[in-house]
Design a protein around this ligand. Structure first.
Ligand code: HAX
Length: 423
């Protein structure tokens, strides 16, 4: 029977041999130098990690297992999960098998609802999601097997089991966070006939007469799935995972990094920015008004949310995918119109401003306008959507690292005195 597990079981020994021979034959090859600026600058551009699930090219953006994102935007999130992990698209059998495993593991333990319902009413949705993920640590099959003396060779197997179990539950937990935090009337039961992304849309309970919310959620959950290994959330998760702690610890920790406004929280910041513009001008402002507003913001020492990137030097293809969706489905929406005008104005302003190395929009610039249009208006929730999707990439990377026996992370830090003495 074709399954993700069987595919990995065949491929992992080949990957191990590959890495072993690379290390044996080229182990002392230099792949990066580090400058003092990089040491103080968030290690930007330092090549010190390996990630095979995806790579980010400055001028193309996200490439998943060799496939540029815009070539595969129509695939389902669960197909992209298979692709990230197994380096191939699932055939029909393998996809059905994966989808039935996800349905089998979808039931959320009751204690999670007790925990979420007892959190303070003004808790941030990300704090709720990450608390729920962490609270499920006791479910970890990896931890239980490790305690019994599991062999290193087999570490990846219960990690995969934990990963599937967590991914299966995230839509219900994410939807539950939405409905509890924003006082919607009760949880909505999953619909076993729907795919993973559509079922999530269904459990959110938004009005969806023409099925566009389901389409948007599939797209959203596919687009945010991974962004190589060095971004703050993946890197955090990989570091936690490298200590052999289990996936619940690692995913929850990484998602805490995603909750920062320079990272995943930028999607909430971005819509907030757009709505402030709409309210200030009573609708969509002119190009000139928008340009002035951006300059005022920059002069106050604030960033333009949704623009700039640590690696990209082009419009983010994930932004392009969202814009295409918007043009097809919500062209006349006021908020979407502001997002379109910002795309006309901001890159030129940032170029003139001269600081940001990348003046182009990133993934967070357009997604909020679409969610807002379809009635998901509680923008503090948006990073939860990002998290559900990004968990697929994080889990894939950790399972692979565990299979390859990547050791505990421990880069060397130096003191400022050392730099003064040695540079
Ligand atoms: N608006 C104003 N200034 C910006 C800017 C923006 N959108 N983007 C970068 N800059 C500034 C930086 O603040 C920095 O200024 P200082 O020298 O005064 O510190 C300077 O330009 C150089 O920064 P950079 O090298 O171009 O960018 P970094 O790699 O340091 O940071 C960020 C990348 C994404 C954090 C940055 O572009 C930013 O803050 N953007 C706005 C927030 C945002 O959209 N974040 C989401 C990014 C996508 C993501 O991770 N999603 O999860």
């Amino acid at each position: 029977m074709a399954s993700l597990y069987n595919t990995l079981e065949e491929k992992i020994p080949v990957w191990r041999d590959d890495v072993e021979s690379l290390l044996k034959n080229n182990g002392s090859s230099v792949i990066s130098d580090v400058t003092l600026t990089q040491a103080y600058g968030g290690m930007r551009g330092v090549k010190g990690l390996v990630c095979d699930t995806s790579s980010v090219s400055p001028d193309t953006g996200l490439i998943i297992r060799g496939k540029p994102l815009l070539d595969i935007i129509d695939i389902l999130p669960e197909q992209v999960f298979f692709l990230l992990l197994a380096d191939e698209m699932p055939d029909e059998d393998a996809l059905t098998n994966l989808q039935s495993q996800l349905s089998e593991h979808a039931v959320v333990p009751d204690y999670i609802w007790t925990i979420l319902n007892s959190m303070p009413e003004d808790s941030h949705p990300m704090a709720m999601l990450n608390t729920a993920v962490l609270a499920m640590e006791k479910e970890s099959v990896f931890r239980k097997n490790y305690d019994k003396g599991l062999s290193k060779e087999d570490f990846w197997k219960p990690m995969l089991e934990d990963g599937l179990s967590l991914i299966a539950k995230l839509p219900a937990i994410g939807a539950g966070v939405y409905r509890i935090r924003f006082q919607k009337s009760g949880l909505i039961e999953p619909d076993g006939s729907l795919d993973w992304g559509a079922n999530f849309a269904h459990m959110l309970g938004l009005n969806d007469p023409d099925g566009n919310v389901k389409k948007l959620m599939r797209l959203y959950l596919m687009l945010h799935c991974d962004h190589e290994g060095g971004n703050a959330s993946a890197f955090t998760s990989l570091t936690i995972g490298s200590t052999l702690s289990d996936l619940y610890y690692a995913v929850s920790g990484g998602l805490n990094a995603l909750a920062g406004p320079l990272h995943g929280l930028a999607n909430q910041e971005c819509l907030k920015f757009v709505l402030e513009i709409r309210d200030k001008f009573g609708g969509a402002p002119s190009r000139d008004e928008l340009e002035q507003l951006c300059w005022d913001r920059l002069k106050n020492g604030r960033v333009i949310p949704g623009y700039g990137h640590a690696v990209l030097r082009c419009p983010d293809p994930r932004f392009t995918a969202f814009m295409n969706f918007g043009k097809e489905h919500i062209e006349n929406d006021d908020v979407f119109h502001i997002v379109e005008t910002l795309f006309d104005v901001v890159p030129e302003v940032l170029k003139k401003h001269g600081k940001a190395k990348n003046p182009w929009p990133n993934v967070d610039a357009a997604s909020g306008a679409l969610l807002y249009h379809y009635g998901l208006r509680e923008f503090s929730y948006y990073t939860v959507l990002f998290s559900i999707s990004r968990s697929m990439g994080i889990i894939s990377q950790i399972v692979i690292n565990r299979a390859l026996g990547i050791p505990i992370m421990r880069p060397k830090s130096v003191t400022t005195r050392w730099l003064k003495d040695n540079c």
